[in-house]
Ligand binder design. Structure first.
Ligand code: B1M
Length: 214
């Protein structure tokens, strides 16, 4: 079995201890961090997602896999982000109200910080009022919302609407992302950009920060 398959397998089994050994080993073998993330950790998480959908595994198993995922991504962090970047802008980031998924959001944070952006991470289950208050308090150029549930994606429109009501819509760009989100949904709620993955989310945020600051 290749080391990437082994990482995926251990992730599926939720074996954080093995992940802690295998990820550095894969790095030592010269496998790029992005490949370890995508073909090891995320490949395993996608199997868990399928099994979860088909009721072959349940919330506790998924949580254990998520914990192993967190261990793996923390180990990859120094290799995924470059260190010699200057602060380039501020982003308020969070998973929207009613939604507790944070693995994707944490990857987005990691990639944004790697681009030199200051990220104010509000965590999960974040109400529109919290996004707007934090954007005002920190003078952020970007609000970035993540959602993993079809039932919570509507909360993103509430963020857009509240920014309008609070008079900050022209001062802040709003980005959306997460598995159920699409570009069409982004446009339909009047947000500024959709990004399909963490790396492109960081690129878009950086561009927005440059634009708003110019
Ligand atoms: Co949840 N869950 N979950 N879950 N869970 C999904 C999302 C689901 C698709 C599983 C399934 O049925 N196949 C399903 C949603 C179905 C739907 O809405 N149509 C689901 C469900 C139903 C639920 C519960 C309701 C289950 C229950 O209790 N009966 C419950 C809801 C709790 C709540 O939030 N209120 C629940 C709970 C959980 C756990 C707590 C057990 C755990 C979360 C642990 C945690 O996050 N700390 C969990 C997990 C792990 C998953 C799956 C298996 C994996 C999600 C994940 O982390 N993926 C997921 C199935 C799946 O996605 N295949 C599932 C890896 C992550 C890196 O991907 O977050 O998509 P993702 O992020 C990507 C991109 O989307 C993008 O960047 C990342 C990649 O680079 N991205 C952005 C993300 N945010 C972005 C923001 C951006 C830009 C890009 O700009 C701002």
């Amino acid at each position: 079995m290749s080391i990437l398959n082994e990482i995926a397998e251990k992730l599926i089994q939720g074996k954080a201890k093995d992940i802690k050994e295998l990820v550095p080993k894969a790095i030592e073998e010269g496998i790029p961090a992005k490949t370890i993330l995508e073909e090891g950790l995320l490949a395993g998480m996608s199997v868990i997602g399928e099994k979860f959908k088909n009721n072959e595994v349940y919330v506790p198993e998924v949580l254990i896999a998520a914990r192993a995922m967190k261990v793996g991504t923390e180990l990859l962090k120094p290799y995924l982000v470059s260190s010699d970047v200057k602060p380039a802008g501020k982003v308020v980031l969070g998973t929207v109200k009613g939604d507790l998924h944070d693995i994707g959001k944490n990857l987005v944070k990691m990639m944004m910080e790697g681009k030199g952006l200051e990220v104010i991470d509000l965590g999960v289950d974040v109400a529109p009022e919290q996004f707007v208050a934090a954007a005002k308090e920190h003078g952020a150029q970007v609000i970035a919302c993540s959602a993993l549930l079809t039932t919570t994606m509507g909360a993103m429109k509430d963020v857009v609407d509240l920014c309008i009501a609070e008079g900050i819509r022209d001062k802040v760009k709003i980005m959306v992302g997460g598995a159920p989100i699409t570009d069409a949904f982004c446009k339909s709620i009047g947000a500024d950009a959709y990004a399909p993955d963490a790396a492109s989310a960081a690129d878009v945020a950086l561009e927005f920060c440059k634009e708003v600051s110019a």
